[in-house]
Design a protein around this ligand. Structure first.
Ligand SMILES: [Zn+2]
Ligand SMILES: [Zn+2]
Length: 166
């Protein structure tokens, strides 16, 4: 029996993230998508895997710990390529820069704190896109729905409660 080392998060129930992938597993993924395995790609994948929902700037900072000379521009180019390959998912929050993560292919949604911008994963309500059944489809084949849960995180609720009322 063959066992896959690249089980996607969210397929086995619960919100537990899948374990981090090792560099050689990312190398396999890259080769599988016809990409050369480069230090830059591996570093960007590793950093994004370790720090989900990070901006390109943040990822640049982490990647620079291993590759001090990498430019934000190259990180950005690598990230867009990996996003196109679906090895990385790009999430655009209502405010602030786009965020990247390696949890792909499971149609998970995001909970977003409107006060501090914290982002957390929420499993897809149905388990697959488009998740929401539209009241009408206008004859289109609907592929996905953008679901964003907005709210206040626990810490911001506590801060709000401690503030003096006007
Ligand atoms: Zn918050
Ligand atoms: Zn996410």
């Amino acid at each position: 029996m063959q066992r896959s080392t690249t089980v996607m998060a969210g397929t086995a129930g619960g919100t537990r993230p899948r374990p981090l992938l090792a560099a050689d597993e990312w190398a396999l993924q890259l080769r599988g998508h016809g990409r050369r395995v480069t230090k830059q790609r591996l570093a960007v994948l590793g950093a994004t895997d370790r720090h989900p929902h990070s901006s390109a700037d943040e990822i640049t900072r982490w990647v620079r710990e291993d590759l001090p000379s990498i430019t934000p521009q190259s990180v950005y180019v690598v990230l867009s390529d990996l996003t196109e390959l679906d090895l990385v998912r790009k999430f655009e929050p209502p405010a602030g820069p786009a965020l990247y993560e390696t949890r792909t292919g499971d149609n998970h949604h995001h909970a977003y704190c409107i006060r501090c911008g914290r982002v957390e994963d929420v499993d897809c309500s149905v388990g697959a896109a488009p998740c929401l059944v539209p009241s009408q489809d206008h004859g289109m084949t609907l592929l996905s729905a953008e679901v964003l849960y907005r709210g206040l995180c626990e810490r911001c609720q506590a801060t709000a409660a401690a503030e003096p009322q006007p």
